[in-house]
Design a binder for this molecule. Structure first.
Ligand code: LMR
Length: 400
């Protein structure tokens, strides 16, 4: 039956993990997928999550189906975490929220909802570059994908003028995806002043903001600071779509806990939107998994556990910052050609090193060091034990 099925390429991000697993070297390092590792290179289960697990276990909960849009406590607490408890649309009961299969699932619901109901456009603008999965998600949902300028190769920073120009030149009422914080893959975010300018341009143009927030807390170590862009847009009257993930900031990767929300005009509009979100989700996966959502609710809903979690998020962000400084100074001490300041200036989980695809391939083949072919490294994969080995090999690759 299937002889005509063509062989597909490996996933640009998850395929790196497969190659890493197959490598037998004891020195191998995986800097591909964005998954936090502790100081010993091991996966990290947050102590607040372990405590939440204990509480759930002792609570003898059943395993019944959740409603189509998920656990009520979870959706309420997730929306408050992102928009802020005092957010006007939340207080006015006009934010439609659904639990999702993490960030990817939220993006899928959001793009499918837009493809079905957004009256002005059937295209979505993504920053160039963007997370590798954004394009296939949007396309599979039936949206056309366009791009706006984001990264400046020369400065290894934000090309803000180019970004503004492209957003200004997009047709009125365009759908534009923004990384709310800790831009993936570049690790470069607009400043608060730049976000304010962008909000004004969106207003003039009637553009529709679609915020993807997969790293709240990871950019600065402070969840409120990281929510600035979203909250500013909302305070300016925009009614965005928001996609959230608890994979990174709670380390709940495999639990697939995320949320999708749309700010509506009124409670009546919200009720209609809610009904259509249910109609979208039901044939996709019926209803979401319960365990991860319970963990998130147990943490966010308990003052003491929430405070503990915030300290742990900051701890992860700080360890990554340490690695950034360490890597920059090692590369400089090794007289590696070029400037390496961007490693420390970038934020979030990733660094966009500027390494070319050939150098990436050579590092994998010769040193068992794995990263995505765009030269992105997950900083969390570095630790005191492998930093020097990594820096030496990067230095060698750059020197040619
Ligand atoms: C990444 O960019 O590495 C993460 O968002 C994980 C993923 O699913 O790609």
């Amino acid at each position: 039956f299937w002889s005509q099925v063509p062989q597909g390429p490996a996933d640009p991000i998850l395929g790196v993990s497969e190659a890493f697993k197959a490598d037998k070297s004891s020195k191998k390092i995986n800097l591909g997928v964005g998954a936090y590792r502790d100081g010993n290179g091991k996966p990290y289960v947050l102590p607040s999550v372990l405590e939440a697990e204990k509480r759930l276990f002792n609570g003898s909960l059943d395993k019944e189906y959740l409603p189509i849009t998920g656990l009520g406590d979870f959706t309420k607490l997730s929306a408050e975490l992102a928009y802020g408890k005092d957010s006007k649309p939340i207080k006015e009961g006009r934010v439609a929220v659904a639990q999702s299969i993490s960030g990817t699932g939220a993006l899928r619901i959001g793009t499918a909802f837009l493809a079905r109901f957004y009256p002005h456009a059937k295209a979505i603008y993504l920053p160039s570059p963007s997370w590798g999965n954004h394009t296939p998600i949007a396309k599979d949902s039936g949206l056309e994908v366009k791009q706006y300028t984001y990264f400046d190769k020369e400065t290894v920073g934000l090309n803000f003028e180019g970004m503004k120009k492209d957003i200004q030149n997009a047709p009125n009422n365009s759908i534009i995806l923004l990384h709310a914080c800790a831009h993936n893959p570049t690790g470069i975010d607009p400043t608060h002043e730049q976000w304010k300018e962008l909000s004004n341009i969106f207003k003039e143009k009637g553009h529709f903001p679609f915020f993807d927030m997969a790293y709240q807390g990871f950019a600065s170590g402070d969840i409120d600071y990281d929510a600035f862009a979203l909250r500013h847009f909302v305070s300016e009257g925009h009614q965005p779509i928001l996609t959230q993930s608890f994979a990174k900031n709670m380390g709940l990767y495999g639990e697939r806990a995320g949320a999708f929300s749309i700010v509506c005009n009124s409670a009546e509009e919200k009720a209609k939107v809610d009904s259509q979100i249910k109609i979208l989700i039901r044939p996709l996966y019926s209803n979401p998994p319960v365990h991860g959502a319970r963990l998130v609710s147990a943490i966010l809903g308990d003052e003491q556990l929430r405070a503990q979690w915030l300290t742990e998020v900051k701890g992860m962000a700080d360890r990554i910052i340490d690695m950034r400084h360490g890597l920059q100074s090692m590369l400089e001490d090794m007289n590696t050609p070029g400037s390496w300041k961007h490693i420390s200036n970038q934020i979030g989980m990733f660094s966009f090193t500027g390494l070319k695809a050939e150098a990436v391939d050579a590092l994998a083949a010769n040193a068992s060091i794995y990263m995505t072919r765009d030269g992105r490294i997950s900083m969390a994969g570095l630790n005191k034990n492998n930093l020097e080995y990594f820096a030496e090999n990067v230095s060698k690759a750059v020197k040619g």
